[in-house]
Design a protein around this ligand. Structure first.
Ligand code: SAH
Length: 216
């Protein structure tokens, strides 16, 4: 099929998100404004607005649009928020976050992916996003607190090192479960000195792995 990402395709994309239950207007607008075709492999451009995950470099994936919209909606973002994303991948989710939050720090363990995402986000003018090469499971202490934390790689459990970085009333969302199989999207909310946990929906993400990736 030839690539055709014109208006009809984008209208269907919006319709599909609404039909699946995304109702936050600001989230729908961000999904409309960010060109997903800029984040997928050239060969997949014709499929950019289908509701499916696609392969990207380094054996990783760009998430399914519904899941991106759903996680974003669950974060209840405000323009004042400082957000941490673990698992930059293509940079698509970071671009969506950049439209709704104040500042976004996104961390990726593959240099190839981090560099590509950084240049895409720059080209698109997402200048409130910083892409960092690093290990989201072992972040430097000096990054400070975040209002929102979004993990987009599967973790067997939520490390204390992440919940400790949540500011007051902070929300963390992460896919928790086995590395290969189905995980549950879990939402952690900081309430005073405690943490509230809610299980949302089943998802499938590539695993969160330790350390900076070695590349050829
Ligand atoms: N949010 C991405 C999709 C994430 S795919 C997008 O919008 O395209 C998951 C990504 O997490 C992969 O790129 C993988 O390399 C990265 N990742 C896995 N473990 C990580 C870790 N410990 N620290 C940082 N990134 C990690």
């Amino acid at each position: 099929m030839p690539a055709k990402n014109g208006p009809p395709e984008k209208m269907l994309f919006q319709l599909a998100l609404r039909r699946r239950g995304i109702s936050d207007q600001a989230v729908l607008r961000a999904m409309e404004e960010v060109p997903r075709e800029a984040f997928v492999a050239n060969a997949d451009r014709a499929d950019a607005y289908r509701d499916s995950a696609l392969g990207i470099a380094c054996g990783q994936t760009i998430s399914q649009p519904f899941v991106v919209a759903y996680m974003t909606e669950q974060l209840h973002l405000q323009k004042s928020h400082r957000v941490l994303e673990i698992g930059t991948g293509s940079g698509y989710q970071a671009a969506i976050l950049s439209h709704l939050a104040g500042q976004v720090l996104t961390v990726e363990r593959f240099r190839t992916l981090a560099d590509a995402a950084r240049s895409r986000l720059e080209t698109l003018g997402c200048d409130n996003v910083e892409v960092m090469l690093g290990d989201g499971l072992n972040l430097p202490a000096n990054l400070g607190e975040f209002d929102r934390i979004l993990v987009t790689a599967a973790m067997v459990q939520i490390p204390d090192s992440l919940t400790e970085r949540l500011g007051p009333d902070g929300i963390l969302i992460a896919p928790i479960g086995p590395h290969h199989g189905v995980q549950t999207l879990v939402r952690i909310t900081r309430k005073g000195s405690g943490l509230e946990r809610k299980e949302l929906v089943d998802v499938r993400f590539v695993p969160a792995l330790p350390g900076i990736a070695r590349e050829l």
